[in-house]
Write a protein that binds this ligand. Structure first.
Ligand SMILES: NC(=O)c1ccc[n+]([C@@H]2O[C@H](COP(=O)([O-])OP(=O)(O)OC[C@H]3O[C@@H](n4cnc5c(N)ncnc54)[C@H](OP(=O)(O)O)[C@@H]3O)[C@@H](O)[C@H]2O)c1
Length: 290
């Protein structure tokens, strides 16, 4: 039995579809089971409740061979590190109680490094390490899907923004690739130990490269504009993020601009198939035209 902890999310929903296509028995934890994709309704065991509730997680992990887990993002959090631990503590307690053999969870790229941006990742990993569970952390760069947050400026101003140099080449991946890697690792019962797997997408692109590809796919000019970190943070807060969540993200983006994402070597194993152009054609373009 494989347990998928975020079955309605970007990665989790694609992972669930992937596992069901391979006729794998799956149990999910969902706050609102009605939000499961229609093809999954009735085909998976559901434990209803929150990932922060130890009883819910313990019940879900009963008899589980493998678990897929991540900390759901929350831009309204006032303490991102403590919030991540609120999710990690019940997971770790339940893994120990239920003697789970394998965990596959999502982390950020470069976060194995000790950086100021990653007190969250370090605290979480320390807790998970202590359970002794076999695990693979999927370490990935910024998702292509993040650009969907900027559909309005792309559509109406032909511009998108980050506080990152437009020429810095960076890996980027689609959540479908993350889900595909997660499915393969969850279905492979041969591995043991505690390690990570980088998921880097097909190639490194700068934001200027991405603007050129977007322009071609959308058939209209799109340009990238680097903005100062303070201005970017202010725009996040204006759009509803807390000061703490905005600062955490700006710290991460600043670290990316200084090379956080460029430390992981690109190997054939870390390279995944969905190109930025394909993603633009299949997901960005319909969103911009909607
Ligand atoms: N964005 C990036 O560029 C990037 C890069 C590297 C790593 N990451 C990591 O990737 C993860 C985000 O993955 P994603 O995009 O798939 O997330 P997502 O689409 O935001 O999905 C979040 C999921 O968590 C569920 N959820 C939220 N709160 C819950 C709770 N209290 N109890 C149970 N379920 C809860 C949501 O379910 P409902 O709302 O339906 O209840 C949903 O299924 C984060 O850990 C992030 O740090 C992101």
């Amino acid at each position: 039995m494989i347990v998928v902890c975020t079955p309605t999310g970007q990665i989790g929903s694609r992972l669930l579809a992937n596992l069901l296509a391979r006729d794998t028995p799956v149990r999910v934890i969902a706050r609102d089971p009605a939000r499961l994709a229609p093809p999954a309704q009735g085909r998976v065991e559901v434990v209803t409740g929150s990932l922060t509730d130890l009883d819910v997680v313990t019940k879900a992990l009963d008899g589980a061979d493998s678990v897929f887990w991540l900390v759901p993002p929350d831009p309204t959090s006032t303490d991102p590190v403590e919030r991540a631990l609120d999710f990690a503590r019940p997971l770790c307690e339940a893994i120990t109680r239920q003697d789970v053999r394998r965990l596959v969870y999502v982390g950020g790229l470069g976060h194995k490094e000790v950086t100021d941006t990653d007190s969250m990742g370090r605290a979480m990993t320390e807790l998970i390490d202590k359970t002794g569970v076999n695990y693979r952390t999927l370490r990935m760069p910024a998702f292509m899907e993040n650009l969907l947050w900027q559909v309005q400026p792309i559509k109406y101003q032909g511009t998108f923004f980050y506080p990152i140099s437009g020429d810095r080449k960076l890996p980027t991946c689609s959540t479908r690739d993350v889900a595909a890697v997660a499915a393969d690792v969850l279905l492979d019962s041969s591995w043991t130990g505690q390690d990570y797997i980088p998921v880097l997408g097909p190639e490194d692109l700068s934001y200027n490269d991405e603007a050129a590809i977007m322009s071609e796919v959308l058939g209209r000019p799109v340009r990238y504009q680097q903005v100062p970190a303070d201005a970017y943070k202010a725009s996040l807060i204006q759009n509803g993020q807390t000061e703490a969540a905005a600062q955490w993200l700006v710290n991460l983006l600043t670290a990316i601009d200084r090379g956080l994402y460029n430390a992981e070597p690109r190997t054939p194993q870390a390279t995944t198939p969905t190109t930025f152009r394909q993603w633009c054609e299949e997901e960005l373009k319909p969103a911009v035209l909607a």
